[in-house]
Design a protein around this ligand. Structure first.
Ligand code: SF4
Ligand code: SF4
Length: 241
């Protein structure tokens, strides 16, 4: 699941903005624009997550990532959507000082609907979930568009930390569940929205293994939380055949 949906033109706009402050390797720029035709996945199982690492065949290089915070907080400055799991609702209700969840839901959340496309650009999944308003007066037409999150401080810290929404812990990973041999298997890859300067190229996966280890538990638990959310009717997922 992604926190925002990006069309090719919005990725281009985001990359142009990003390039004003950060140096982006040309191959990574092209990859995010969908201009590389030689990309394949290197799959790697870490803990309970199968990662799909984009790999550039011509250059023989992996696309890897590390977070540049505190020098960067671009994902909070250009936040697209904050879908909430049922666990998020329980925790953030209290964090924001509400006694009643119903009051929190009424004042601080909205309903977001969006679709995800498969690798051929066909709509594969429709989501409807509660999402945390990124600004107090957020309206429906802003859903999925970049907004500077109201919880981001001038110093670049999150005012909800460590109770920030689960989706905030994942970026720039996108993750999903496939049913394999009757067992749910969690997969993850990068989402290329054009807003993250943390991608880099390497001929070895070694330096990213600690990061993949660190994120595997978070990604797995987030996906289980999404399943609980749907089961408890706090959200809906429809798979398009
Ligand atoms: S945009 Fe990327 S590098 Fe910057 S804080 Fe977010 S995840 Fe880290
Ligand atoms: S809730 Fe916190 S981590 Fe999430 S986008 Fe807002 S400031 Fe960033």
């Amino acid at each position: 699941m992604t926190s925002s949906k990006s069309s090719p033109s919005s990725v281009r706009d985001s990359l142009e903005l990003l390039a004003k402050n950060w140096s982006i390797e040309p191959q990574i720029y092209d990859l995010q624009l969908g201009n590389r035709k030689d990309v394949y996945d290197t799959t790697l199982r870490v803990d309970k997550v199968t990662y799909h690492i984009p790999t550039l065949a011509t250059d023989k290089l992996f696309v890897l990532w590390r977070c540049l915070w505190p020098d960067c907080h671009n994902c909070c400055d250009r936040q697209g959507r904050l879908p909430l799991t049922i666990d998020d609702v329980h925790v953030i209700t209290r964090k924001m000082g509400y006694r009643l969840e119903s009051e929190f839901l009424k004042n601080e959340t909205k309903i977001s609907s969006w679709d995800e496309k498969d690798e051929k650009g066909r709509v594969s999944t429709l989501f409807t979930m509660l999402s945390l308003k990124r600004k107090v007066d957020e309206n429906d037409s802003e859903d999925g568009t970049p907004v500077s999150c109201r919880f981001l401080s001038k110093e670049g810290n999150c005012g909800l930390q460590p109770e920030k929404p689960g989706v905030c812990w994942l970026y720039p990973f996108a993750s999903w569940i496939n049913i394999e041999n009757n067992v749910p298997v969690v997969h993850a890859t990068f989402q290329f929205t054009g807003d993250c300067p943390g991608f880099y190229l390497s001929d070895s996966l070694d330096q990213m293994i600690p990061v993949l280890n660190e994120y595997a538990k978070t990604i797995y638990h987030y996906n289980m939380a999404v399943r609980r959310t749907i089961r408890n009717s706090y959200g809906l997922i429809n798979f398009v055949k």
